[in-house]
Write a protein that binds this ligand. Structure first.
Ligand SMILES: *Cc1c(COP(=O)(O)O)cnc(C)c1O
Ligand code: SF4
Length: 337
């Protein structure tokens, strides 16, 4: 039985839902807020993937700068509509690896659950932007196929909650899921992959922390931060709070042209993560998903940046440079030399 520590944060558990409901949902709203002229940004149609940005994330965008690296991650671009050879709807083979609806079992001892289709921000480079969530609806009722699968596969020791963004679920829903996972003794590790942690810091409430403490094993949180400007005092406070509660924090980034494709930016990011008690984990090459080709970077440029990272950072702050390739049994390290 884990000790539940004294509450340390006083935010109400309903506040984050209100913040979320105040998100920007149109190009117009976002441009106005960023003090940008409609004509100075090369907008595309949203093509079934509408704009979505929390006010908090938008507040970190530099006003009047159409090239702001945070803005570029969330603003539709006309290049998204171009068909590019080699880019597909299911870039990483997730659909074929969906063993049970909502459960992706690609790697031997860890499975990924798509617990929701909802996200607090819509990232234009997202590899799941075309994911058929309606076919992946997760059912975690007692005796559901997902829970039966987890119970039957004793090689699985880690469950990864993903989506969409798993922290879009209410604490009550998370708590129900954790209770079910606690019934399966070989599930010893619970991991969250979440962009919400950094774009909606008021999600980290007392109730959330206590919900995480309900898990019988070890809890890991993987943030998705691509640029140092995405870290402010507010979310840094939330990260440190989680880390002090004994949760392990890692970060994964995607290498994105125009956003973070230079070593200075990535070095700064690693140090800022370190100062937030987050360890850099992965630096992903872009998944080749239709609509995201304009963010891609050639391998020689990627390797040039990575070799500068190795020279400028202590080894423990260098993220692993990886690719996710269909059919592989783990992420694939990018071979640079
Ligand atoms: C990335 C990923 C994981 C986790 O891989 P790690 O190398 O353990 O971080 C697990 N399952 C799927 C389907 C993934 O895409
Ligand atoms: S939060 Fe993650 S899943 Fe959601 S749009 Fe962004 S990259 Fe995709």
């Amino acid at each position: 039985m884990l000790m539940i520590p004294e509450p340390v944060f006083s935010a109400q558990s309903t506040d984050w839902k209100r913040s979320l409901s105040e998100s920007f949902r149109t190009i117009q709203e976002l441009l106005e807020y960023c003090e940008l002229d409609v004509n100075c940004v090369d907008q595309g149609s949203e093509a079934g993937f509408p704009v979505r940005v929390t006010k908090y994330y938008a507040s970190l965008i530099e006003k009047g700068n159409p090239q702001d690296p945070l803005l570029l991650q969330v603003m539709p671009d006309s290049q998204e509509n171009q068909r590019v050879e080699g880019y597909s709807l299911d870039a990483v083979g997730d659909i074929s690896a969906m063993t049970v609806p909502g459960l992706i079992h690609k790697y031997h001892n860890r499975v990924l659950l798509t617990v929701t289709s909802a996200c607090p921000v819509h990232c234009r480079y997202c590899f799941r932007r075309h994911f058929p969530y309606s076919d992946a609806r997760l059912d975690t009722k007692v005796d559901s196929p997902v829970l039966n699968y987890l119970a039957a596969h004793t090689e699985i020791n880690e469950v990864i909650l993903s989506g969409g963004d798993p922290l879009m679920l209410s604490d009550r829903k998370l708590s129900e899921l954790i209770t079910r996972l606690n019934d399966i003794p070989h599930i010893r590790y619970l991991r969250f992959h979440s962009r919400l942690l950094s774009v909606l810091p008021d999600r980290v409430t007392d109730s959330f922390i206590q919900t995480l403490h309900q898990f019988n094993g070890k809890v890991t949180l993987v943030t998705h931060i691509n640029h140092p400007e995405e870290i402010s005092v507010l979310n840094q406070h939330a990260f440190k709070l989680l880390s002090k509660q004994g949760f392990q924090l890692f970060n994964q980034s995607v290498l994105l042209k125009g956003v973070n494709n230079n070593s200075n930016t990535l070095v700064k990011l690693s140090y800022k993560l370190f100062d937030s008690n987050i360890t850099p984990y992965y630096l992903h090459k872009l998944d080749k998903v239709h609509g995201a080709a304009h963010f891609d970077l050639a391998t020689d440029q990627t390797c040039k940046i990575y070799s500068l990272l190795l020279q400028s950072l202590p080894g423990y702050l260098v993220p692993k440079l990886v690719n996710e390739l269909t059919g592989r049994l783990s992420k694939t390290p990018v071979q640079c030399i």
